[in-house]
Design a protein around this ligand. Sequence first.
Ligand code: GLV
Ligand code: MN
Ligand code: MN
Length: 418
Amino acid sequence: MRPSHLDELSIDVERLTGELDQLATYSDTPAPSVTRVLFTPRDVEGRAYVKALMRDAGLSVREDAAGNIFGRWQGRADGAVGTGSHCDAIPHAGKYDGTVGVLGGIAAVRSLKAAGFSPRRSIDVIMFTSEEPTRFGIGCVGSRLLGGAIAAAGVDALTDADGISFATARSQAGYEGDLAAVELTEQHYDFFVELHIEQGPELERQGKDIGVVSAIAAPASLRVSFEGDGGHAGTVLMGTRQDALVPLARLIALAEDLARTSENPDTVATTGIVEVHPGAINSIPRRATATFDIRGTDLTARQRVVDGVLDEARRLADARGLGLEVETINADPPAETHPAIVDAVVAACEDERFGHTSLVSRAYHDALFMARKVPMGMIFVPSKDGISHRPDEFTTPDEIRRGVAVLARTLAGLADGA
Ligand code: GLV
Ligand code: MN
Ligand code: MN
């Protein structure tokens, strides 16, 4: 899958970095941090900007009921290749996570057009809805719906911290219609390839330009709440109180221990949200809730941590006479990339004479759920010091240019190949 006629390919990286900077201005927190949460006014502004860039690149724009955005470059024949990523950003994030794959996808199309390429299969640049779990608690909502990896009926009923449902939020952002109709058929795309920053240190450590992703690690997330009877911090003596937070603290520490001592070094566990009610210095916590984000490349090792946390939560609740609520938000299997796409990415790196290496993705991506329907691949570019989900996330313009060049050649190969 090597498009022989693509000798010259020039990426206008100054334009692309200017567009990434502009997109970063649609943020609820001041630069350099970026906060762009699903269906908020800033997200809607970002969406309008992405659609304008798609149209400017000559793509025809379609949006589905979930708010996934598709910019299509119509091919000469049947079939289609998808690329893309997300533009939502967790609180106090940087400006490259996801956006490089969306705006880079549009830039790849521009460069292929400028090189005179005309695709046999259509090429879609996709901006997926809510890859980040910030607002509704679960990540990759758009790609889960496209991949048939979540029941459409449950999605509209999800609520945010203010009790606003997904149904209301999408309608306020202008998205109506049946979420069940979002799911793709297996024939819709022939291939899907996502360009993304690595978000880890491997490419820098190995001195390579491009990561050719071999597999995406399996993510799971839980929400655990203990309920006690609260009371006055001074007058309820230690022997009689039912503190909801102390067992939660023990559970968080246990999750860390289980992940640290896992037989698989890729197994990780994180508590990123803790909520305590009523949240007063002189009040015993009556209700305490924590999230557990547990992942790994080995499903058995990941599941051992999940099961260990769930077992211990039940034991702590029993031992202390507490109420317990447990929600498994998601527990997804890993996905392997498809050899045809891996070959196309490697061929593109070799055409460009870029150093490349095979990498596992420890972060999850929309590609994980596109893989339920479509042969999937991913291209990584370096992240400075491996930093991501922080305002100082950084990838140099040259690194982005290389990633877009590889994406463009890969798309050309997949669009014209067998
Ligand atoms: C994606 O943002 C992830 O948390 O892996
Ligand atoms: Mn992210
Ligand atoms: Mn991302």
